[in-house]
Design a binder for this molecule. Structure first.
Ligand code: SAM
Length: 217
């Protein structure tokens, strides 16, 4: 892969070891983190720090999440190979690539046109060709491709979007950071049509999931 050196691979091994220390236990998740060249997703001014556990700006007022957050959300999804996963908030495509490395079929939506355009070209250029990327409002999901085994929301949601719940299979899991300024990482397990169990996992800080009214902003 272009500009992915032994040094970068070494830094990724160290990052995976750090995430293990921070409580990520899934060997498949750590392997996926080790596989994705995060430095290629960043603006050149941040490349040197790509394998630190920090978020960076990616343009359009958005961020690429911390590797720990990406690994944490990925682990909570309890993915099985071949599952159909909806991601809301494609952003840089880093989380999308981690999901692809987990062996699932990814459908991802981004509402910022500039980010969507960049990522749609960038991911195939580094070999991640399988994700289906959409420009649109993630609040509405992708009814045409539903139902999904798993849904991951990578922006802070003020409330649970009902359309997304409807698009989750019975038995499926949605991971959503819920809250305004600070979000509680929340797992929703759909146990029957219109029935959910909820488990909460600590506080995180995300850019907001924006609704229709700010469409195109
Ligand atoms: N998963 C991304 C990555 O790995 O780079 C990080 C995403 S960033 C924390 C959150 C993303 O959600 C932003 O790119 C933002 O534009 C997007 N977003 C916010 N509201 C959205 C909506 N209603 N539909 C789709 N994407 C949305």
């Amino acid at each position: 892969m272009l500009n992915d050196t032994y040094r970068h691979k070494g830094l990724r091994r160290q990052l995976a070891a750090l995430l293990k220390e921070k409580g990520i236990t899934g060997a498949d998740v750590l392997k996926a983190i080790e596989a994705v060249p995060r430095h290629l997703f960043l603006n050149s001014s941040f490349i040197e720090r790509a394998y630190e556990d920090i978020a960076f700006p990616i343009g359009s007022g958005q961020t690429i999440s911390r590797p720990h957050t990406v690994a944490f959300q990925t682990e909570l999804l309890q993915l099985k190979k071949g599952e159909k996963v909806l991601e809301v908030g494609t952003g840089s495509g880093y989380q999308t690539s981690v999901l692809i490395e987990m062996g699932v079929k990814v459908y991802s939506i981004e509402r910022q046109k500039a980010l969507f355009d960049t990522t749609k070209t960038f991911l195939p250029s580094i070999g991640y060709t399988s994700a289906k990327l959409f420009y649109g409002d993630g609040y509405k999901g992708l009814p045409v491709f539903a139902p999904f085994d798993k849904i991951i929301i990578t922006a802070g949601a003020p409330s649970i979007p009902n359309d997304l719940l409807d698009q989750l299979k019975v038995g499926g899991i949605m991971i959503i950071p819920l809250g305004d300024k600070v979000q509680t990482m929340t797992l929703l397990h759909k146990t029957a049509e219109k029935k959910f169990e909820k488990v909460e996992y600590g506080e995180f800080k995300f850019v907001p999931l924006l609704e229709d009214k700010e469409w195109g902003a």
